[in-house]
Design a protein. Structure first.
Length: 544
């Protein structure tokens, strides 16, 4: 195998965000852009020679070309085996599982997750470490540093690989293994959930379901598991064929983007259960007939009922949530005497806690839920967890949620996103918020008295690493919170996220619309950040 060294020049913008490097496809298509970043990753890793690397992506536009390039760079850098999903496809949780199962050194997952795909849209690449999880910050910072000084990359002279035939191919000492992307993952799910019970409940018609794969990666996974293995009616999985542009849609599982599903679930004759996943299969949205379950509530409900699931029947060691996620899971942890951790936004912050056995379940308001079975959030896992709960409890989704609120109270929750805000305006807002922080504690705004106002910082309890500036929090004496954060996954301007939360213990008041219940907090948020005033907009781009 001949290896060439190609001279290159650094790009200044290869700083990974919340989850890898995400840019417009056109940016990635610039000569040497992808090559530089991949070589920067390999240069920052120790002892990669003769190691295994997992490789796959969500099938979006540019996935196949990028994979062919990465294969050649990985080969030139001395990896001995590349484990690749057939067709270049792997969901993020499946990639995490393969890294763990085959004891790979790490993996490269090509995805911009919930961001749209196509020649004019987004592409992304993230590196996962040997535990199967997203590279922690010390890695991503090293990649960025290297990308700013890189002068050359190595590339092997091998032909393009046949990505579509399962099996192994050899090039000198390099083995390329093309695997069915679904098999290993489906096997893992059977070790966690009660597939016999699920088959019965679905086969008998007790559970009817609709899963929206949003023309993204979970299509083949959901078809195999939900329809072929569990017997859901053919057609239960909608938008099941992965497309390079996700059918022109936005593969973001929320009420705004999974419109077809939302309509069905709030319509007449709605199925018992509805769900959607995102571009790379790590997010989930859970719905029941006439009800949407917030991701924060979903995490709390899974934690409260984990003992009903075979994989967690022995008990869970602890739970964690990202800072802006509602405090619903904290209440479960307090009642069950479980450790509960609050981490910055980004799945990478759960990795150490999971590895150390400090937590079993974790989740985020951004439609991510997962457990120690892999080191990524896992959309279909959450779906199977809910289905298993419904089957075990013989209750509807609405009844499970209502019962949970009766037991623990309801954390009424919403997130308002202002997308594509000019960066200088967004920076001005953050500066303005920062200025106010010291002046707020003790101040009363109607019924809301500020208890604390700070910028969230996190010290990892396992390795002591400190992450600062992780979002602005304003907490009130009545337990309500407003959190402000700039997204780390967008590719156009800045996205300001405003997270609003109010605790309601009185079960007579649980059944109310979140936006109306949060109206005073929404007004206060505007007072603190002036987003509408500064942008001239009337309201958020997306409300979840
Ligand atoms: C990524 C991360 C998540 C994070 C989310 C939101 O999700 O993996 O841990 O919560 O971004 O990030 P932000 O608020 O910064 O946009 P995904 O599904 O995009 O990989």
């Amino acid at each position: 195998m001949e290896i060439k060294t190609i001279e290159t020049h650094p790009f200044e913008d290869q700083n990974p965000g919340t989850s890898g490097l995400r840019k417009k496809v056109k940016t990635f298509q610039q000569p040497n852009y992808l090559e530089n970043f991949v070589q920067s990753i390999f240069d920052s890793l120790d002892d990669i020679v003769d190691q295994k690397l997992v490789l796959g992506g969500d099938g979006r536009y540019f996935n196949r070309q990028a994979i062919q390039t990465i294969i050649k760079i990985a080969a030139a850098n001395g990896f001995s085996e590349l484990i690749i999903g057939q067709g270049g496809l792997l969901s993020t949780p499946a990639a995490s599982h393969l890294i763990r199962k085959y004891k790979a050194y790490g993996g490269l997952v090509l995805s911009a997750s919930h961001n749209p795909g196509g020649p004019e849209e987004d592409f992304g690449i993230k590196y996962n470490v040997g535990n199967g999880g997203p590279a922690p910050e010390k890695y991503t910072q090293a990649f960025y540093r290297r990308s700013k000084e890189i002068a050359s990359y190595k590339i092997a002279e091998i032909p393009d690989i046949d990505l579509d035939t399962v099996g192994t191919q050899k090039f000198g000492t390099l083995t390329i293994s093309i695997l069915d992307p679904v098999n290993d993952y489906a096997e893992l799910m059977q070790t966690i959930f009660d597939f016999d019970l699920l088959k019965q409940s679905i086969g008998s018609g007790y559970i009817t379901l609709k899963f929206d794969a949003m023309h993204a990666i979970t299509g083949p996974y959901a078809k195999t598991i939900l329809e072929d293995m569990l017997g859901a009616k053919p057609g239960s999985v909608i938008n099941a064929v992965p497309l390079e542009d996700f059918g022109g849609g936005h593969p973001d599982p929320n009420l705004a983007h999974a419109e077809e599903l939302a309509e069905a679930m709030f319509g007449p004759n709605a199925p018992t259960f509805g769900a959607a996943s995102d571009g790379d299969g790590d997010r989930n949205m859970i719905m029941g007939s006439q009800i949407f379950v917030t991701p924060s509530d979903s995490l709390a409900i899974l934690a409260a009922n984990a003992s009903l699931i075979p994989g967690y029947a022995k008990g869970i060691s602890g739970v964690a949530r990202s800072m802006p996620t509602s405090q619903a899971v904290d209440r479960v942890a307090a009642q069950q005497n479980l450790p509960c951790f609050e981490t910055p936004t980004g799945w990478k912050f759960f990795g150490n806690l999971l590895d150390a056995g400090k937590i079993t379940l974790c989740g985020e308001e951004s439609f991510g839920t997962g457990s120690d079975h892999v080191r990524e959030k896992d959309g279909l896992w959450a779906v199977l967890f809910w289905l298993n709960l419904i089957a075990r409890k013989r209750q509807s989704v609405a009844d499970i949620v209502t019962e949970h609120w009766q037991r623990f109270g309801r954390d009424i929750y919403a997130r308002h996103d202002y997308e594509a805000v000019a960066t200088d305006i967004a920076d001005g807002i953050v500066a303005y918020l920062r200025e106010q922080l010291p002046t707020l504690p003790g101040k009363a705004f109607g019924d809301y008295i500020v208890l604390y106002a700070d910028e969230f910082a996190y010290t990892d309890p396992v390795d002591g690493s400190v992450s600062k500036n992780q979002g602005i929090r304003i907490g009130f004496e009545n337990g309500s919170r407003i959190v402000f954060r700039l997204s780390g996954t967008g590719t156009v301007g800045a996205t300001l996220r405003i997270y609003l939360e109010r605790y309601e213990p009185d079960s007579n008041l649980h059944d109310q619309d979140a936006q109306s219940a949060l109206a005073p907090l929404i007004e206060l948020a505007e007072k603190f950040c002036e987003i509408k005033k500064r942008t001239g907009r009337n309201g958020p781009t997306v409300i979840t």
